[in-house]
Write a protein that binds this ligand. Structure first.
Ligand code: DPP
Ligand code: ZN
Length: 876
């Protein structure tokens, strides 16, 4: 495949100002007519032809200003349409009309126009519009759209597209039509069409300035009763964006459609968001608290895109983080304001460390703004999204709240209607914040996780903090120059209070509670301290770095107990536990050291601490996962040792803490009935976190079986089932519960995804045999992305022992599934293939097997560009 490079960007020779489309939907085909009003851009070569993108298109006809074009003026293939347009000038617009014929029912890639459970639906980001019609299918070509949809009234009583509804009516033969008009110029990736037999739920929303908006969520028949929470989250998102950023909705309607087959979580098409079922449909009986949070987050995220992504879009796909990193930052802030800031921050940092750090430290490494790609779909990554959000957060930290908001305001005022770049974005903060962010901008170009080292010394009432930063060269080959690292910190006394301290002259820049490290090394000195304080650094994870803080263990344990910043407590504890698990695994599995009583004591004590909200106590208690421990080890990893050391620590907590943990459980009590609010969810999270050590202490599945039987909601039920199936997999109680869960929910696809995932992640090497059988299960469908992700993705990313089996069978099985999935849905296959990204961290025998599986895959004839790109980069 061709490599696309940022430095080759240049604007198009032609502008498309307006698009009129007509879709005629029939049972076995769809006919599309696209009339584009085009103009030549000022100053371009008047002889240059118009070259439109296509992807596997079936061309029917084309005309210019109503006259057929043929002969040597037109050159058309499934992937391209080239036409000479001498009549188009900057002053003179022409109308190019193109007809194409589509087969949505054969479209298993789920890009372009496809059918899912009978519903016609589109997905165009990043380059799906070219699978509908020939077009300048790139984000810097912005046009208004007017779309007419025609279909059989029974098959598709609901006909939707972007913008506002303007007309609808009957046609002959039981057919009907609807016309939609979107007044906001948009790139083609935001185009959407949906047609089908759908149930709506509807509400009204009045914006701050008095615009009445009709909000509708459409689901497949019979599912609308599960969309209420999504609607509630949507309204809260709309209110929040008005309050926090002064941003209002801008059309008369806002439509959401939920479908069962979808490559992503959801898509922010202008006025017509299309969602994966997983991020709309909920009820207490089938969805967990995690699902409720997921729906709230994704509903908010897509809604927030209306300004950060749609009103201001990206000039080119290299700028993807301009909309994604910023919108993730916005949805994180929304959740922080709606729920608990500390809990949300810990959850975000957990996601960052478990998804972005491994990506940034392996063969798929790339900067937040990449400069080259072969397949753009492979850059919807944790780096672009999560690290991209961290960069926005650092700008907010450096500027402070007021100046950050001023920069955002300037961005919206200046760039509304633009296809913008990261430079445009940064300039707004430089101007509004009256600061120079040129060194900061390196974060966008330099891949890898920087290391921040901190040393402290104390004498005569003077505390000296020495900081140094470094960035190791990585597979992306990007520069490693010093970055701007904002380090939020606190000096804590022995009673757990922050001490006020003023830095001495000559120290590195300190602004409030933030130290700004700009040099490779710098120091800060605080004088006149009455006693040696505990140094709490990187509060709130103020920069996405690996922290090496040479800090006495007693200080770390003390911070875990009494840092007034709850995030600081979590960080101190989780880092300490992570290091112990790392060292224990390196030393051979169950060695002492990992099972230090002081560590178990710290974990138990934090769970007991009633000053912390329950959700936070549940987070404190969570040990780093096996993949995270493997990442901390970094090389020569033996996953069996990792598993063993983690089990040993769990067993120790159970052994030494069971009485105290039972007491915590008893004081928590129960909740009468289910409410999805954050506080109730937090109590459930803590109760369910206690179930594992308490069951281990019992040495019996009885407690979990009881919890399973008594559960009146999916959160408790699934937590209990997980303990049964993962900790006591051979027990009759586990077998019975797994079977009864299946029988009760076999007709519910989202719950069945949980069932497949649960069984794929039983942490034993022989789970592979079980998973092989599950791939033959009547309910397993490779063509459904959620199901494929649950079984194959669950196994490859959530089962370290079985995927990384010493005999290589786990790698071979996953590679085989990818080979089968690739011709069906290359985008999902490529995404699942990223599970191999850490293969070089393992010991030589496993490495050899992983390499062989990848090389085999790379040698498969006809591999898609999507999958080949991931496999080849993983091998490099
Ligand atoms: N729909 C995906 C997201 O919102 C891609 N834009 O992140
Ligand atoms: Zn997004």
């Amino acid at each position: 495949g061709q490599v696309v490079r940022l430095e080759d960007y240049r604007p198009t020779d032609f502008l498309i100002e307006h698009v009129e489309m007509r879709f005629e939907l029939f049972e076995n085909e769809a006919l599309v007519e696209t009339v584009s009003t085009l103009r030549r851009r000022e100053g371009t070569d008047p002889a240059s032809p118009l070259v439109l993108d296509g992807d596997a298109l079936d061309f029917v006809s084309a005309s210019v200003n109503g006259l057929d074009i043929a002969g040597d003026r037109l050159d058309v293939s499934p992937d391209r349409l080239r036409v000479a347009l001498p009549e188009a000038t900057a002053a003179q617009a022409v109308q190019l009309s193109v007809r194409t014929r589509l087969r949505p029912e054969d479209n298993t890639q789920l890009m372009g126009l496809y059918r899912t459970n009978g519903v016609w639906c589109t997905q165009c980001e990043a380059e799906g519009f070219r699978r509908i019609t020939y077009f300048l299918d790139r984000p810097d070509v912005l046009a208004t759209y007017r779309v007419r949809v025609e279909a059989d009234r029974r098959a598709a009583p609901v006909l939707l597209s972007n913008g506002n509804p303007v007309e609808a009516g009957a046609l002959g033969d039981d057919r009907h039509f609807a016309v939609w008009d979107d007044p906001f110029p948009k790139p083609s990736y935001l185009f959407a069409l949906v047609a089908g037999d759908l149930d709506p739920i509807e509400e009204r929303f009045r914006t701050r300035s008095g615009r009445d908006v009709r909000l509708t969520i459409y689901t497949e028949k019979g599912l609308s009763s599960r969309a209420g929470y999504a609607m509630d989250a949507l309204k809260r998102s709309m209110v929040w964006d008005e309050r926090r950023f002064g941003l209002e909705y801008d059309l008369d309607v806002f439509n959401i459609v939920a479908v069962g087959d979808f490559n992503m979580g959801a898509m922010e098409n202008k006025g017509l968001n299309v969602f994966n079922h997983k991020y709309v449909l909920l009820d207490p009986d089938t969805a967990t608290d995690g699902d409720y949070q997921g729906v709230e987050t994704v509903i908010a995220h897509e809604y927030f895109h209306n300004w950060t992504g749609n009103r201001i879009t990206c000039r080119d796909w290299f700028q993807l983080c301009l909309k994604e990193g910023l919108t993730v930052y916005r949805d994180q802030e929304f959740t922080s304001d709606e729920r608990s800031r500390a809990v949300k921050r810990i959850a975000s940092v957990h996601t960052l460390k478990s998804h972005q750090f491994p990506e940034d430290q392996g063969p798929l490494q790339h900067p937040v703004r990449p400069t080259r790609y072969r397949e753009i779909n492979n850059f919807y990554t944790a780096t672009v999204y999560e690290k991209g959000a961290e960069l926005v957060r650092m700008i907010a930290t450096i500027l402070g709240e007021t100046r950050f908001r001023a920069g955002m305001d300037l961005y919206f005022a200046r760039h509304d209607g633009d296809a913008a770049t990261i430079e445009d974005f940064i300039r707004c903060f430089e101007e509004a914040g009256e600061t120079d962010l040129s060194q900061f901008s390196r974060w966008y170009a330099q891949a890898g996780t920087p290391t921040l080292e901190v040393r402290e010394s104390f004498a005569d009432g003077r505390l000296t903090l020495d900081f140094s930063q470094s960035l190791a060269p990585g597979s992306a080959g990007t520069p490693t120059a010093p970055l701007v690292i904002p380090i939020r910190f606190g000096l804590v006394d022995r009673a757990g209070r922050d001490i006020e301290a003023v830095p001495e002259a000559g120290s590195a820049e300190v602004e409030g509670d933030v130290i700004l490290l700009t040099e490779p090394r710098a120091s800060v000195v605080f004088a006149d301290l009455p006693e040696r304080p505990l140094v709490s650094v990187l509060r709130g994870f103020s920069a996405p770095v690996t922290l090496l803080h040479a800090q006495a263990e007693a200080d770390r344990l003390a911070l875990a107990r009494l840092d007034p910043d709850p995030f600081g407590r979590w960080r101190a504890l989780t880092d300490l536990v992570g290091e112990r698990l790392r060292d224990g695994a390196k030393a051979g599995g169950t060695e002492a050291g990992a099972t230090d009583p002081a560590i178990a004591e710290a974990l138990i004590a934090s769970v007991e601490d009633g000053r912390l909200e329950p959700a936070l106590r549940a987070q404190m208690m969570q040990l780093p996962g096996e993949a995270e421990i493997a990442r901390l080890i970094g090389r020569d990893v033996d996953p069996e040792r990792v598993h063993a050391v983690r089990e040993a620590v769990l067993a120790q907590i159970a052994r030494t803490g069971s009485e105290r943990l039972s007491h915590v459980e008893a004081t928590l009590g129960g909740d009468a009935g289910f409410s999805p609010d954050a506080a109730s969810a937090g109590r459930r999270a803590l109760r369910n976190a206690l179930l594992l050590p308490l069951s281990l202490a019992d040495g019996s599945p009885e407690r979990a079986a009881r919890r399973y039987r008594d559960a009146d909601n999916m959160t408790d039920r699934l937590a209990a089932l997980t303990v049964l199936a993962h900790v006591f997999p051979d027990s009759d109680l586990a077998t019975q519960a797994v079977g009864s869960f299946f029988q009760r929910f076999e007709d519910d696809a989202l719950v069945m995804d949980k069932w497949f995932l649960l069984l794929a992640t039983v942490p034993r090497p022989d789970t592979l045999e079980r998973v092989e059988a599950l791939a033959q299960h009547p309910l397993f469908r490779l063509s459904n992305p959620n199901r494929a992700r649950a079984l194959i993705g669950g196994f490859a990313t959530g089962n370290q022992r079985a995927f990384n089996r010493a005999d290589g069978a786990g790698y071979r099985w996953v590679a085989e599934q990818l080979r089968r999935l690739d011709p069906v849905n290359p985008q999902t296959a490529a995404r699942l293939a990223t599970a191999f990204r850490s293969w070089r961290a393992f010991e030589p025998v496993r490495q050899g097997h992983a390499r062989a599986a990848l090389e085999d895959l790379a040698a498969t004839p006809g591999l898609s560009r999507d999958l080949a790109d991931i496999v080849v980069r993983s091998l490099n």
